[in-house]
Design a protein around this ligand. Structure first.
Ligand code: ZN
Ligand code: ZN
Length: 391
């Protein structure tokens, strides 16, 4: 089959690899009908995420049709249409039983590596680093799904892939980011990053009843998409984010702040901290560029909530924790507990409350994947979200 494989910084190739097969009775194999490139994939593409090996198959936003099931899988059959969550879940461990799926205790087959980095293991992820299990991803013609009896979202026929695919990651991720804000009808929710997750968070915050939502980015296409979704847009290259947010909230600051940017904040002369971060990153004195976190902590209203769906890898410098403590801020984080949200979100898609396909700007074949990674990374050609069609 064809698959997109990682070979190093900026080097992704579409190559022939052996088809995956059943390795465990709980596995299933799916034929991929659609997959997407995620902002988190760019952390691999830019090689800021440790634990990659040459030849790893990428991709963690995938859906398709079941073509083979292991002997222990009783709730899936050949021909079923499924979305595959990016988090692999066993469905049985203590954390899975609590709905904390992204910290499943059993699905990371390199649990010792994750535990060494983080103190405890987290779930296995598709197409990500060997810290999260090193599982082959779904930017391919076929995908082996481990623990497939738990790791799937069954979806009905008659709804196009484009409306359903993002149940695999960015829709529940934006949703969880908003839910973690405990939104009240008087709230201003400020969202840094109007990429795909930021776009989903905007719509989720409004569906959850926020008074106003503000989106912060610098790419015109993303800002107009944010406006179309009902947000007030701030272009941080043209105006002061902090001043404008204070203006929009009568000087109080937004009650809820969402960091949909993560470890690779934009570097610019206007924000000297980002230049220092970039320099430290280059010599491995820190792993991430936490400009957005610093700005959120500063501008957030006292007693407010900071919700962080943006991916961070390790060590952050100069986080003003004194402000966090003295302002009484709550920080809520986490990879997405995808299956906790998908029943509700599938229903909302079916009822027409939201159509997540609005975010797609590019559709291409798998062999165009390497080019599409570049287009997405450079935000060329109005690119916000890429869907790949392997078949
Ligand atoms: Zn993702
Ligand atoms: Zn589990």
């Amino acid at each position: 089959m064809k698959a997109l494989r990682w070979y190093g910084k900026g080097d992704i190739r579409c190559e022939q690899v052996p088809d995956p097969g059943i390795e465990d009775p709980r596995d299933a194999i799916i034929k991929v009908t659609s997959c997407a490139i995620c902002g988190s994939d760019l952390h691999l593409y830019n090689h800021f995420m440790p634990g990659m090996q040459k030849g790893d198959i990428l991709g963690h936003e995938t859906m398709g049709e079941v073509v083979e099931v292991g002997s222990a899988v009783r709730n899936l059959k050949v021909g079923d249409r499924v979305v595959i969550p990016f988090t692999i879940i066993c469905g049985e461990c203590d954390q899975c039983r609590r709905g904390n799926y992204s910290v499943c205790e059993r699905s990371n087959r390199n649990a010792h590596l994750a535990a060494k980095a983080f103190g405890h293991t987290t779930a296995g992820l598709f197409g990500y680093t060997h810290l999260t299990g090193g599982y082959a991803g779904g930017q391919a013609e076929y995908l082996r799904v481990p623990y497939a009896d738990a790791t799937h979202v069954k979806v009905p026929d008659g709804i196009p892939d484009e409306k359903l695919l993002f149940l695999s990651d960015i829709f529940p991720t934006g949703w969880q980011a908003a839910v973690q804000c405990d939104i009240e009808p008087t709230d201003t929710v400020a969202i840094w990053g109007a990429g795909p997750v930021g776009q989903m968070a905007i719509r989720s915050a409004l569906l959850l009843g926020a008074r106003q939502v503000v989106a912060i980015d610098r790419i015109p296409e993303r800002l107009s998409m944010a406006r179309a979704g009902g947000a007030i847009a701030i272009n941080f290259e043209e105006e002061s984010v902090i001043e404008r947010l204070n203006e929009l909230t009568a000087g109080r600051g937004p009650e809820k702040c969402i960091d949909a940017v993560g470890m690779e904040a934009h570097v610019s002369m206007a924000h000297p901290d980002t230049i220092l971060d970039r320099a430290k990153q280059a010599v491995m004195l820190e792993t991430d560029r936490p400009h957005v976190l610093r700005e959120m902590i500063y501008v957030c209203r006292p007693a407010g909530v900071l919700s962080v769906p943006g991916v961070y890898g390790g060590l952050l410098d100069k986080i003003p924790f004194g402000a966090v403590m003295n302002k009484g801020l709550t920080i809520r984080t986490g990879q997405t507990h995808v299956n906790r949200w998908t029943d509700d979100l599938l229903r909302r898609i079916q009822e027409g409350q939201i159509d997540p396909s609005f975010v797609i700007t590019h559709t291409a074949g798998l062999e165009d994947g390497p080019q599409m990674y570049e287009t997405f990374r450079d935000k060329k050609d109005g690119c916000v979200k890429v869907v790949l069609k392997p078949q």
